[in-house]
Design a protein. Sequence first.
Length: 260
Amino acid sequence: MVKFMNKHRRVVVVGSFIVLFLFTLGLSSKAYTDDGGKNLYENRCMICHGKKGDGKGHQTTLPRLPKFDRLWTIQPRDFTTATFKFRTTPTGCLPTEDDLINIIGNGIPKAYMPSNADLSRSDMLSIINYIKTFSTVWQENPNDSSCAPIAISMPAYTFTAGSAEKGEKLWDKMKCWECHGKEGRGDGSKSKELKDDWGNAILPFDFTSCAAKATFKPQNAYIAYTTGLNGSGMPSYADSLNEEERWNIVSYTLRLMGKL
């Protein structure tokens, strides 16, 4: 019975991904007019993110495989709150247009969001401008000079054992293990009680899976430790750890992922 249920869940996961992929693929050949981002959004994004941008489209729950005796799911982003995890801007700030273009163009593979790399930059900007109409935050609290993108310059010591050893001590000191576990498997003591800003149960990232949602680069890990992931409970360490310490945690992250 268990094997049957697991097989069924895998079929649902794969099936959902195929539906989204074929939906996007079928639309990629359409000749869009200059109707603006609304037309592009409704044809590319509305299936998951909803007509009102509230994350309540036809695919309201994107399934994942069972883990830790629970079936974890991914919810489409709710644009009405203007809360974004993947940014190069400090915690609490809105993403830049380039941040959003990167997400639209590259997709988020582990979250079942397909790539839209076939769109031009102009088309992507049209979608972004339309997405901004779903929340008043863009007009009421726009980014100021304090929200400039964080500079990234990866030091040579990042891929060294000494840096990883320092990062392991910081991992313990900052209690990263409470969520991500001692071995980075996402099974920490608090992992089963975590919820996002919308009240949905969330699974801490499993570093040993080597499969980050938005693809993995050491620079992306550094940004995550620096900016935090808005809406997810993952805090920013910009104020509690200096730049060298954050890079040392990145080094330890690389060790957990088997890349060092």
